[in-house]
Design a protein around this ligand. Structure first.
Ligand SMILES: C[S@@+](CC[C@H](N)C(=O)[O-])C[C@H]1O[C@@H](n2cnc3c(N)ncnc32)[C@H](O)[C@@H]1O
Length: 331
């Protein structure tokens, strides 16, 4: 997977051992079993959207760039300007440089499963009340653009999503996606850092944070920002997808590495609770090796949490959240 011949920087998702592969296979088996415990009607609708989303992605990407360059098998970025050791600046460089390619790097299996999970779990406060949502670390904003079409059709456009990403090039790409999908009316793209959001307290009714938190070195600050900007009088739902594998970033020429993504599900769930997000469910989705991102496996956890500013709630450590599959703990 790693193109050692090219100088630059390689984002390495970690070498997979045989044990990883057999664990993934086992989790996939468990996952399939647990799926049967979900509401079958809702699930089949969500699965239908998961598949349609893939066609949507291809058509949007074709409109933006009909003749794309081939994607390298590793996320390589030029070594200049030298990002130094600060992982945040380093990653900002990676995302800016990879903004146009990210949507081709992400696996289609993951896109489909994530959209399916989002739509399966999505709830609205009422059929008529306008809602304002945020998507933090939205990247190209393909999920949000699809939801924009979905909301226009299903909810009369009363749901608006503000996509926030700290990489300006991602915001630029996101704007192209929004224009290609024709969802300017209810989706907007802004540059901003999820660890210090420029929105007043209680701005958003619901928050999506998909596959981004593990890339944020100060992820705990991002969670406290989510608690601050979420509307205490709304449904207060957070749809959070993280992936569990720690990642290292390696400069190929020097072998220097920076550890990132060192988050685990137990710590994230505890931090959410400390910020008064009650865990509603946690669903792990795993695909076998070969069909996840860059030919690896997908191993992600979708956490549904509800902000509960007042009163007591049961900790996930004392109860098994509904619909939960496997949770991997730090211990
Ligand atoms: C793996 S991509 C996921 C993008 C998108 N949510 C998706 O699933 O396609 C992670 C994104 O998080 C963004 N990001 C990383 N740190 C961030 C921060 N502190 N604030 C806002 N966005 C951030 C990156 O720029 C990148 O676009």
């Amino acid at each position: 997977m790693v193109d050692e011949t090219r100088p630059g920087i390689n984002v390495n998702f970690g070498a997979l051992t045989k044990a990883d592969v057999s664990r993934a296979a086992e989790e996939f088996r468990l996952g399939v079993q647990a799926l049967t415990q979900l509401d079958p009607r809702r699930l089949s609708l969500a699965q239908m959207h998961g598949k349609m989303f893939l066609q949507f992605i291809e058509s949007i990407l074709r409109q933006i760039d009909p003749n794309p360059e081939a994607v390298s098998s590793a996320i390589m970025v030029p070594s200049e300007p030298d990002p130094g050791k600060d992982p945040k600046i380093f990653l900002l460089n990676v995302w800016n440089l990879r903004a146009g390619q990210w949507a081709r790097i992400e696996s289609r299996a993951t896109y489909s499963l994530t959209m399916e999970s989002l739509l399966y779990h999505m709830r609205f406060q009422s059929a008529t009340k306008p809602e304002r949502w945020a998507s933090l670390g939205a990247g190209p904003g393909l999920y949000e653009a699809y939801l924009g079409v979905f909301f226009q059709e299903q909810h009369g456009g009363r749901v608006r999503i503000t996509c926030v990403d700290y990489a300006p090039e991602m915001t630029t790409f996101n704007k192209k996606v929004i224009a290609a999908a024709g969802v300017e009316r209810n989706i907007e793209a802004k540059t901003g850092d999820m660890t210090s959001l420029r929105y007043p307290n209680g701005t958003f009714d619901q928050i999506i944070c998909n596959n981004s938190l593990q890339w944020v070195p100060e992820w705990q600050r991002a969670i406290s920002e989510m608690a601050r900007v979420i509307n205490p009088n709304g449904l207060g739902r957070l749809y959070l997808v993280i992936h569990n594998n720690p990642m290292t970033i390696k400069k190929v020429e020097t072998g220097e590495t920076i550890e990132i993504g060192d988050v685990n599900s137990g710590d994230v769930l505890d931090t959410l609770e400390a910020n008064r997000f009650a865990i509603v469910s946690a669903r792990q989705f795993v695909t076998p090796l070969g069909i996840g991102q860059l030919g690896r496996m997908t191993d992600r956890l979708m956490i549904i949490a509800e902000h509960t500013p007042r009163g007591r709630f049961e900790s996930w450590r004392d109860s098994i959240p509904t619909g939960s599959l496997t949770l991997r703990d730090s211990s």
